[in-house]
Design a binder for this molecule. Structure first.
Ligand SMILES: [Fe+2]
Length: 378
C-alpha cells in the first residue's frame, strides 16, 4: 500500500522544503523536493506537513476520567476519548503520565493508589488495537508519599514504561517553594484551609524527611529495572540539578528557575517546559517563564501538560518568534524522540514511522487538517 502526499511544505529537522512524502507499509519510503502533485498523489495544496508530535508528559487522561467534580467516567471510555483528542491535535506518540506514590493515611487530602489498574487498562486497549496513536507510560514517582516503592514493584519491563520522573512535591521546596501556591491549589481542589493546611504541611514535611533517601534510591533502581529513561522534575537550585545528574537523569522536566535550566544545559540534561506556560506567558505556580528560557536558548522540548492543543500551537509560535519553523517543530518532535530514546520516529526521513501532521494556518493558529499514525489516517 503506497501513498504520496505531494505539494506540501515539509518540515524537516532543520529546514522546510516544498515537496512530497511517500509512505509505504506505514513507513516513510521517500522524501522528494519539487512543486506539483503527480498523478495518483494526494495534493496537500501547499499546507505544512510535519512529523507527528511526541508528548512526554500529559495528565490529560485524568480530565476524561473525571469530567466533572465527583463524576467518575469509565476508564476505558475515558482512555479512548483521550486518545482521540490527542490524535485530533496532531499528537501521534504519547507518554501517559501516571502518579505512583500515594498518601493514603490522610482523610481530606488523600492521594489514592490508581496507577497499576489504570496502566493495565491502557495496555489492554493498546493490545486490542483500540488506539489511534502510539502509547507509552510515564510513571511519576512521588518521593513525598507513603507507598512509592510498593507501587513501583507492581510494574515490570513488559509494561512500556518509557519514562520514570522523580518528583518531590514536599511543601516549601521546588514547585511549591512558595507554600501559598500549594495552599491555593489545595483550597481549590479540596476546599482545605487554615489550621488544617498548616498541620497537613507539617505532616508532609515530616514524611518527606523520613522517606526521601530510601525513595530516591529505590526509584532510580526501579527505573533501571523497568528499562525506562529517568527524568528530574521541578529542579530549582544548581544543587538539585547536580543531584539529578548523579541519579542518571538526562531529561529535566519544568526547572523552576533560570539557574536550574542553565545548570541542566551545562550538564547535558534536556530541558522540557510546558507549552501552556509558553503560550500564556508565565507559570501558573509562579515559577520561571518558558518564554524566557526559550529566548535564552535553554528550552529543548515542549510538553502540552494539561492542554493537548497547546503542543502544536506552542511549536508554531516558537517557530514564528525565532524565524525558524523547523526549530519550533523540533521541540515537539525530534527533541522529545531523542530524549525518550525513540529512534524510529520524530523526523520526516526515509525508514522512519510515517507519523505525520498536515496543518494550515488560520491567522496565528495552526489548524490540523489530517493526521497519520504509522501511515494510517487517524
Ligand atoms: Fe511538579
Amino acid at each position: 500500500m503506497k501513498t504520496t502526499l505531494a505539494n506540501a511544505r515539509i518540515v524537516l529537522e532543520d529546514e522546510v522544503i516544498l515537496g512530497a512524502v511517500t509512505i509505504e507499509d506505514g513507513i516513510i519510503a521517500a522524501v522528494d523536493q519539487g512543486a506539483g502533485a503527480p498523478a495518483g498523489a494526494e495534493d496537500m495544496g501547499g499546507d505544512w506537513l510535519c512529523p507527528g508530535l511526541i508528548e512526554l508528559h500529559t495528565d490529560n487522561l485524568e480530565r476524561h476520567m473525571q469530567p466533572r467534580p465527583g463524576v467518575k467516567w469509565p476508564v476505558a471510555a475515558a482512555a479512548l476519548a483521550h486518545d482521540s483528542e490527542l490524535a485530533s491535535v496532531g499528537v501521534t506518540t504519547v507518554f501517559d503520565a501516571l502518579r505512583v506514590g500515594s498518601i493514603v493515611s490522610e482523610e481530606k487530602a488523600r492521594y489514592d493508589k490508581y496507577a497499576r489498574p489504570l496502566a493495565s487498562e491502557i495496555l489492554a486497549l493498546r493490545a486490542a488495537g483500540a488506539f489511534r496513536i502510539s502509547h507509552f507510560l510515564h510513571l511519576r514517582a512521588e518521593i513525598c508519599s507513603e507507598t512509592l516503592l510498593e507501587e513501583l514493584a507492581e510494574f515490570g519491563p513488559e509494561d512500556r514504561i518509557g519514562i520514570v520522573s522523580l518528583m518531590d512535591h514536599t511543601p516549601g521546596q521546588r514547585q511549591f517553594r512558595d507554600t501559598s501556591k500549594m495552599a491555593e491549589y489545595l483550597t481549590g481542589k479540596y476546599g482545605l484551609s487554615g489550621e488544617y493546611l498548616d498541620a497537613y504541611f507539617a505532616r508532609l514535611k515530616a514524611l518527606s524527611d523520613r522517606v526521601r533517601e530510601r525513595h530516591e534510591a529505590g526509584a532510580v533502581a526501579e527505573a533501571r529495572r523497568l528499562g525506562a529513561r529517568l527524568a528530574s522534575h521541578d529542579d530549582t537550585t544548581r544543587e538539585d540539578v547536580a543531584a539529578s545528574e548523579a541519579h542518571g537523569c538526562r531529561l529535566g522536566e519544568f526547572p523552576t528557575t533560570r539557574e536550574a535550566a542553565e545548570e541542566s544545559h551545562a550538564r547535558g540534561i534536556a530541558v522540557i517546559m510546558g507549552a501552556p506556560n509558553y503560550l500564556r506567558g508565565g507559570s501558573h505556580s509562579g515559577n520561571v517563564a518558558a518564554a524566557e528560557l526559550a529566548e535564552a536558548g535553554l528550552l529543548d522540548i515542549l510538553s502540552s501538560d494539561y492542554a493537548p492543543s497547546s503542543l502544536l500551537m506552542g511549536a508554531v509560535r516558537m517557530g514564528r518568534e525565532t524565524g525558524d519553523l523547523a526549530r519550533g517543530i523540533a521541540t515537539v518532535t525530534a527533541a522529545p524522540a531523542k530524549a525518550a530514546g525513540l529512534e524510529d520516529r520524530g523526523r520526516i526521513a526515509p525508514g522512519l514511522r510515517a507519523d505525520l501532521v498536515r496543518f494550515a494556518m488560520a491567522g496565528d493558529l495552526p489548524a490540523v487538517r489530517a493526521v497519520w499514525s504509522r501511515g494510517a489516517r487517524v
